[in-house]
Design a protein around this ligand. Structure first.
Ligand code: DHE
Length: 547
């Protein structure tokens, strides 16, 4: 008995010890887990971080932080790299050599600390945005039957300019002839771009928050006639431009490309009623991995076919969408390169030229055969906007892009029929003042090609522009500072192609107008209403894709 009891006691002591060892291992693991665990965020901090991320970070890193123009910054990735709150704080405060700007002037130290902790937690997945929700948001303010049958004013409306007043959530319509303000229209949060309908009568705007607005330029005072929200985040919109035999598609349809949820939406071009939503969630073209967030970047509308071309950014595909029959939609998925961002047409509007900016390439797709026909390695992070096309005295028709990561505008031959030997080869490199360029622009009737340096960290360079002669591209570009405040961004020509408008992007900004031939300043538009002017779009040039 005694021996048995002794045995039991020994066994239970062993069990207790084992339990204690197991417990201490578990506790140690728990402690280790606590040490590596994601830092906590109070509910109000989480809300603040979500807002900041959406406004300032998602554009480059993606809503799910899987990376595009900026690298992947998921909590998993940051843990793998052993990045803690201090290291992440340093990145956000100082920026990186890889192109991320310093945010120390934009966020307080407390906000940076919140962001550093937020990033170490899993990304919150924003809600989906089904068609029903879009339809609920849709407001037809002036039905087509009640709109003017002809322009209610005698102004040259094809030479109107639509000016994005970004932070005011407005679009100003200016008369390009008189330079007078014709109207200021409330459009909503952070309008990104405007595009014209095929006839030019309507401007469609798209905001970062996915809200689209349609402005009728024939009204005595142009105003919005419809609006709709199609997603939580968007950057692009365009219209159906194919005239066909009977002009059937003119102003008939519109398309919006969304960042979140990753989808595109087809709408009625007269009313903005949402008709169809198509997800772009898919697999990457090269590794065949599922990507939960391939965002829709640039959209261009074909003139010779009933087709939109959209960049499905993270997947490395360009999709050609035939809109003849939207109930039985035909989409050609063209393998290109990651990560497709911005771009436009060549001068003939046959070749699609898009930047795969993280691969330092322009991708060329033939819109007739719907196949990629070339890739042109141009330099560090090409960012063309729509790009620029002109006739080079030596190489014939060329197209060009500036760069985010280097001080050049690079031109390649874009006439495979007439100048096959130069087609899709770099033929010119024009030096600018520095990197951080966003846009290049010219016009078939213009003498010069213009380039900005909007994201350059240098105070003087970001406010400076350069112009070089189309006929003397080997001469040094002429460069000068446009303003002593804000950043200088984006160019647009008037319809005639003899003057260029550029924006000074500041709390109270300016529009500066230059003579294209002499490069002399013609006028400077100022006023309290000019709140953060960014993109500006001439009706004629936008409807005809003249750049
Ligand atoms: Fe843009 C075009 C996305 C930041 C002003 N911008 C585009 C296009 C895309 C895009 C996909 C092409 C649309 C098309 O052609 O259909 N832009 C993004 C971003 O993801 C990015 C890098 C970061 C973000 O968070 O949004 C970004 N863009 C900016 C700006 O900071 C600018 C200067 C001011 C703003 O609105 O925030 C800006 N983007 C513009 C403009 C165009 C544009 C003016 C149209 C150029 C044109 O000539 O057509």
């Amino acid at each position: 008995m005694l021996i048995q009891r002794l045995k039991q006691r020994v066994v239970s002591n062993i069990e207790k010890m084992t339990l204690a060892i197991i417990l201490s291992i578990v506790m140690a693991m728990g402690f280790a887990y606590k040490v590596n665990a994601s830092p906590d965020l109070a509910p109000e901090e989480l809300e603040k971080a979500k807002k900041i991320f959406f406004n300032r970070c998602a554009g480059c890193h993606g809503t799910l932080r899987k990376g595009a123009t900026g690298p992947e910054i998921t909590d998993k990735k940051l843990k793998e790299k052993n990045y803690d709150t201090n290291i992440i704080t340093a990145f956000i405060t100082n920026g990186t050599g890889g192109g991320m700007p310093s945010f120390s002037g934009d966020f307080s130290a407390e906000e940076i600390n919140i962001m550093a902790r937020f990033l170490q937690n899993p990304p919150p997945v924003p809600p989906e945005f089904p068609l029903e929700q879009m339809t609920e948001s849709w407001r037809l303010i002036v039905p087509p039957a009640q709109r003017p049958k002809k322009p209610e004013h005698s102004k040259n409306w094809q030479n109107f300019f639509g000016i994005v007043l970004r932070d005011a959530g407005k679009v100003a319509i200016l008369d390009g002839d008189s330079k007078e303000v014709v109207s200021i229209v409330d459009t909503g949060f952070a309008v990104h771009i405007l595009r014209s309908s095929a006839s030019g009568r309507y401007f469609y705007s798209i905001g970062r928050d996915g809200k689209a607005t349609m402005i009728d330029l024939w009204m005595a005072k142009p105003d919005k006639v419809a609006e709709v929200k199609t997603c939580n985040e968007a950057r692009s919109i365009d219209s159906s431009k194919y005239k066909g035999k009977k002009g059937d598609f003119v102003d008939k349809l519109a398309i919006i490309g969304c960042y979140w949820p990753p989808h595109f939406v087809i709408l009625d071009g007269q009313t903005l009623e949402p008709k169809k939503v198509v997800s772009t969630r898919s697999y990457t073209y090269d590794t065949g991995e599922y990507h939960p967030e391939p965002r829709v970047a640039a959209i261009i509308s074909a003139h010779h076919d009933p087709e939109w071309i959209i960049n499905v950014k993270e997947s490395g595909y360009i999709w050609a969408i035939d809109y003849t029959d939207i109930k039985n939609l035909k989409i050609t998925q063209i393998e290109t390169e990651r990560f497709m961002h911005d771009g436009g047409w060549d001068a003939t509007k046959r070749y699609i030229q898009m930047a795969a900016n993280m691969r330092n390439k322009m991708v060329i797709v033939d819109s007739v055969t719907k196949k990629q026909i070339a890739q042109v390695e141009t330099g560090n992070k090409p960012h063309p906007g729509r790009g620029a096309n002109w006739e080079d005295p030596e190489f014939g028709p060329v197209s060009a892009t500036p760069h985010l990561g280097e001080a050049t505008v690079v031109a390649w031959g874009s006439d495979p029929k007439g100048h096959a030997q130069h087609a899709w080869k770099v033929v010119r490199k024009v030096e600018t003042l520095g990197g951080g360029s966003l846009f290049v622009k010219t016009h078939p009737k213009a003498a010069h090609v213009w380039v900005d340096h909007t994201l350059n960290p240098d105070e003087n360079i970001k406010r400076s522009i350069c112009a070089f002669g189309k006929n003397s591209p080997s001469e040094k570009a002429k460069c000068w500072q446009v303003a002593d405040h804000g950043r200088v961004v984006h160019f647009e020509y008037n319809k005639a192609g003899d003057e260029v408008w550029v924006a000074v992007w500041d709390k109270v900004g300016e529009l500066v107008i230059y003579d294209d031939k002499t490069l002399k300043e013609k006028s400077r538009i100022k006023g309290d209403w000019l709140v953060t002017p960014t993109g500006h779009f001439n009706v004629y040039n936008t409807m005809t894709d003249t750049y």
